[in-house]
Design a binder for this molecule. Sequence first.
Ligand code: AQP
Length: 334
Amino acid sequence: MLNDEKVSYSAMQSTGTLTLGNYLGALDNWVKLADEYMTFYAIADLHSLTVRQNPADLRKSARDLYTLYAAAGLDPEENCIYFQSHVSAHAELAWILNCFTYMGELNRMTQFKDKSSKNADNINAGLFTYPVLMASDILLYQADVVPVGADQKQHLEITRDIAERFNNIYSETFTVPEPYIGEATAKIMSLQDPEKKMSKSDDNPNASVFLMDDKDTIIRKFKRAITDSGSEIVYSDDKPGIQNLINIYSCVTKKSVEEIEKEFAGKGYGDFKMAVGEAVAARIEPIQQKFNELQKDKEYIEKLIKENDEKAEYFANKTLRKVKKKVGLIERPR
Ligand code: AQP
């Protein structure tokens, strides 16, 4: 342990704009943990390079994401929000941990299989070793918990395996982290295909609600959401479309499933979709306002970036030095 306070770590790739899935599945839980934990939340810009990016767009998305973290409720003076690429320890530890990770383990990762089928012309080594960089991110900060959506559970498991393997060989070095996955928000599904998760890179613009969508767009997307046959608003596995909308409505209004079923008894899908759209728009609106305000204060954001990069670097380097020593690398004279 680095200190007595428990640590929460997580990150998001800086590609495109965040979806409602990213927000409810991850970011909103980061905010919930902020009071209780020492927090490190990164802009995973190195991870973004596994898919070909336009450099100017990537820079803009990364800056916007920084501001969006703050706008969503993470006070950057209390939470260490930083850019992964500004802390070189991430790439260094990833190399070392690559040597403690087996090809067979990486071959089993479902995200690698999904992303390589979507990017068949660019199945690069970074896409394959992505989980090792993610393990390095988490282990550098001795994280106790990692708030993520259910799609990242497998990557958390490999992180734990790598940490335990290293600890067994070299004695206690890394804290073995636990995933923190919200129940109803674990997997927010696509509005156009409720069997598929809502995703930033979905080709169908109606499948995902983005945190920067305006109210009309949000309501239109919910109105067009694919629902199931029948007309009752009930939470049931054979109604995945309605189930997804109930989950979303429940998260943004804090109403229980029973309360929601009661509220919409005797009403149709149209009324319900409208209510979900309005509730989501109302939840997102203050985040957008705050985002626009913060964006005007470039100097303040620059100052925070600098301070938090330094803080992240301090903690990450502490772990990296320990790891280098344990594996037998000669310490650099200081
Ligand atoms: N639909 C979702 N429901 C709940 N949680 C989700 N997350 C992503 N989609 C959902 C969580 O958001 C965090 C961001 O992860 P990421 O930026 O590394 O990207 P990702 O998981 O690959 O997210 P996307 O939106 O699907 O991006 P693309 O389309 O680029 O692949 C993670 O904690 C993730 O679990």
